[in-house]
Write a protein that binds this ligand. Structure first.
Ligand SMILES: [Zn+2]
Length: 352
């Protein structure tokens, strides 16, 4: 995994992400899809080839002129480790460079910014890799997805409302993980992983425990002036409404977190089973949720006039209900099939 936080590494990361969703591409395809100049494209591709991550693989169909060479990810280039940090658990995954999941495990571990937590993370990762017989020599890097605003230049967690943290240096992660580590905002990680050649610009809406989002503009993660772009969960949805964990009232998070759907101790799967059985109060709860979601999506659509990709926990269930939301609000939605480090390739075309 390469750094999605900083501009200087974004181009290489974007090229890799693009090639994860395509079998092979010409250098011209890469340049066109990512709006990169040919010199920048060639420089990045050459560096990735020298690092043994990309390789040439035949030529494109001839259109009359010289056939262009195609490139792809080397299947044996190495592995990546994904670590998703949530309030009450961590989720570990090992993937190949095409995003194929080789192993995955969710481990209950309540987050505390203490040496004991980082030690527990380190031990859990070691056990996980051993149990799945992963040769650590083949791991190229690790990516940590963290629910907070992260300054990728100075490697500082600026703020995490959900954990009540401010100004935490990220070297704590570097010391507890035995690979090169990149820590990035959870919604940005998930949003970036939806990038594909046919859809370089979109808003990703993460309907997770903490609602968030990411804005991909021509294949580039737009991070904003102070790294806070895409804080969709704290857009005002209902003036004077429910209190959000950030302290304000009426934020989207207070209406669109899966918390508002689940009963105490219930899973989201169980909630949707009750929706399918058409239980009256459950259907009313779900209808209210969809109405709130539609307001948020309409606002995003009006502002940015682009496709919206819905992910996160609720996003995995939303596909059968898209038509209703889309019809009444004329929204182009793409439901993401998965979320978190287990996410794999998503080829779905946006529907309008
Ligand atoms: Zn809020």
């Amino acid at each position: 995994m390469m750094d999605v936080n900083t501009g200087k590494m974004q181009n290489a990361a974007r090229i890799l992400q693009l090639l994860r969703t395509e079998d092979s591409l010409t250098k011209q395809d890469v340049s066109r899809s990512l709006h990169l100049s040919m010199p920048t494209t060639l420089q990045n591709i050459n560096e990735l080839m020298e690092a043994g991550i990309l390789e040439e693989c035949g030529t494109s169909e001839s259109t009359g002129g010289r056939k262009a060479k195609k490139i792809r990810l080397r299947p044996d280039a190495g592995l990546g480790v994904g670590i998703d940090v949530a309030l009450h658990h961590i989720e570990l995954a090992v993937t190949d460079l095409r995003g194929g999941v080789l192993a995955q495990q969710r481990i209950p571990l309540e987050f505390h910014d203490t040496p004991a937590w980082y030690q527990a993370l380190s031990e859990a990762l070691e056990h996980f890799l051993q149990a799945n017989q992963i040769d650590t020599q083949t791991v190229l890097s690790a990516g940590v997805s963290f629910p907070g605003i992260i300054d990728g230049e100075s490697e500082v967690l600026l703020r995490s409302h959900i954990f009540g943290l401010e100004h935490i240096r990220l070297d704590r992660f570097h010391r507890s993980i035995p690979f090169p580590v990149v820590v990035a905002n959870d919604a940005n990680c998930a949003g970036f992983s939806e990038l594909c050649a046919e859809r370089p610009t979109y808003v990703y809406v993460s309907l997770n425990e903490s609602v968030g989002g990411a804005f991909l503009l021509e294949g580039r993660l737009y991070l904003g002036g102070t790294w806070q772009a895409g804080e969709i969960g704290h857009m005002l949805l209902i003036p004077g409404g429910e209190r959000c964990y950030c302290g304000k009232h009426g934020c989207a998070d207070a209406y669109l977190s899966p918390k508002v759907l689940r009963k105490q101790g219930e899973t989201l799967a169980s909630f949707f089973r009750r929706v399918e059985k058409q239980e009256k109060t459950t259907c009313e709860t779900w209808d209210t949720y969809l109405e709130h979601l539609a307001i948020l999506l309409t606002n995003l659509r009006m502002m940015l006039n682009t496709d919206l990709v819905i992910g996160g926990e609720v996003g995995t269930y939303i596909a059968p209900y898209q038509r209703r939301t889309r019809r009444s609000h004329r929204i182009g939605l793409v439901a993401s099939p998965k979320d978190g480090p287990q996410r794999s390739r998503n080829h779905r075309r946006p529907r309008r």
